[in-house]
Design a protein around this ligand. Structure first.
Ligand SMILES: Nc1nc2c(ncn2[C@@H]2O[C@H](COP(=O)(O)OP(=O)(O)O[C@H]3O[C@H](CO)[C@@H](O)[C@H](O)[C@@H]3O)[C@@H](O)[C@H]2O)c(=O)[nH]1
Length: 427
């Protein structure tokens, strides 16, 4: 068994900026550990898991290599990064590296989108496949969304008795189904026949285009190899007795924007009660006051009069002064929160400093708590020409002076502010 984590490690979108300037999004800490570590931990628990492959087109750097090395040692499993020569799409990447994937003759393998947070019910998907599906069928993890939000995802119509996928539409413009694709799949090597058929067809189309125009297609190979699992494969496989959906009731969310990283942190911190209770801070003599779920890196230095939580993650080497209040926030390594400052619904970047009595506050973008099927909206930065109120993000090495308020703002790295700001992007 092996796993492919599908991720273009480079951040093309702007929704994670300015944080993705410093660290590729999949390595951004969520509930105290890099986003991808949650995937790796879940994969390493699956019986007979042999190898984990990360696929992306990001040029590997020291940080990624260090992460891979540490994760291999911690989880005692081979983890390799395979770099695409260009963005080949969610299906093109695994097809390009198919020889590596099938080299250990895996019976089955998982493909996981890197930008999701989940309880990753992988073993359950395997059992479901054995019990429900045809022997060589593929399984998509599905969850229920509300009608309106379902259209932001891949939508699945199933046969309610057999759970076969009868119809699949990626991000439809009108309602199709409230069962959505979680971006977590169980495949076997047969999937490459289906992707291969699309590749051949793309190549033929390219050749026809070439003959028609008598111009050499630029980047032709890349265009034939760029294949999307969702639109190119699932849509065609639906109704063929090959594709099944396993619906989960456990937590799941996309992590597209920085706001959704705070929400994902909350979900993972909550899961730590069963998976990693040692990662949750507790009230101890001489320690800060903890309310709700909080992660504190052992190297952080926190004044006992500080109050932290719920949903707070404190990174390595963070310093927190007397009387500081932090809730619903991620504080990244080396940040310094001086006495009596207050941080709410915010991400404080690496090595940033917040002055005494300053208030850094954002507006959460949480899903509607009264709707059990609501998902977090991937908010747009602007609506009707105005910055939408969102969490506050301080890029790395930002300095906030004492006694000012920073509200619903995004501050780019290395800024030394001299006053308060509200609803602004500070470049
Ligand atoms: N290796 C690689 N990975 C890629 C590429 N393009 C996208 N990815 C990765 O593939 C995942 C899916 O990204 P998108 O293609 O942006 O799709 P999406 O809008 O997130 O929607 C997908 O996920 C939803 C669940 O989160 C699904 O509901 C939806 O159907 C679809 O699978 C992400 O982890 C993304 O980084 C690529 O060219 N190469």
């Amino acid at each position: 068994m092996c796993v492919c984590l599908n991720e273009c490690l480079i951040m093309l979108g702007t929704r994670f900026r300015p944080l993705s300037f410093e660290v590729p999004k999949p390595l951004f800490p969520v509930a105290g550990v890099p986003m991808l570590q949650h995937h790796i931990e879940a994969c390493a628990k699956v019986p007979n898991m042999k190898e984990i492959l990360l696929i992306g087109f990001y040029q590997p750097n020291e940080e990624l290599n260090r992460f891979l090395l540490n994760a291999q040692q911690e989880f005692k499993i081979s983890i390799r990064y395979l770099q695409e020569y260009a963005a080949l799409g969610t299906g093109g990447g695994i097809y390009h590296f198919r020889d590596q994937i099938v080299s250990g003759s895996p019976e089955a393998f998982f493909v996981l989108n890197a930008d999701v947070c989940s309880a990753f019910p992988l073993t359950e998907m395997l059992s479901f496949q054995k019990e429900h599906g045809e022997p060589n069928s593929f399984v998509i993890l599905g969850t229920t969304a509300n009608r309106k939000q379902s259209m932001n995802y891949g939508c699945i119509v199933e046969n309610e008795e057999s759970n076969e996928v009868l119809h699949y539409v990626e991000k439809p413009s009108t309602f199709v189904s409230d069962i959505i694709n979680c971006g977590i799949y169980l495949f076997n090597p047969d999937i490459f026949q289906h992707i291969g058929a699309v590749f051949q067809k793309n190549q033929q189309d390219m050749l026809l285009l070439y003959t028609d125009t008598e111009e050499e297609p630029t980047n032709g190979w890349h265009r034939a190899e760029a294949i999307r699992l969702e639109q190119d494969i699932f849509t065609a496989l639906a109704g063929q007795g090959k594709l099944y959906v396993y619906k989960t009731l456990s937590f799941w969310s996309q992590i597209k924007s920085a706001g959704s990283a705070i929400y994902a942190s909350r979900l993972y911190l909550n899961q730590y009660h069963t998976t990693h209770p040692e990662r949750l801070a507790s009230n101890k003599e001489g320690g800060p006051k903890i309310t709700g779920n909080v992660y504190i890196h052992p190297t952080a230095n926190i004044d006992p009069t500080a109050v932290l939580g719920p949903n707070v993650s404190i990174g390595t080497g963070v310093t927190i002064g007397a009387g500081v209040r932090v809730r619903e926030s991620i504080i990244l390594h080396g940040a310094n929160l001086q006495d009596h400052c207050c941080v709410l619904n915010s991400i404080v970047g690496w090595d940033s400093t917040i002055g005494k009595w300053a208030r850094v506050e954002g507006t959460p973008s949480d899903p509607n708590p009264n709707d059990p099927y609501a998902k977090i909206d991937s908010e747009t930065l602007f609506r009707e020409g105005k910055l939408t109120p969102s969490i506050t993000i301080l890029g790395c090495n930002v300095t906030i002076p004492s006694e000012v308020i920073i509200l619903n703002s995004i501050v780019l790295p290395h800024k030394d502010l001299n006053r308060g700001f509200k609803n602004q992007i500070i470049l």
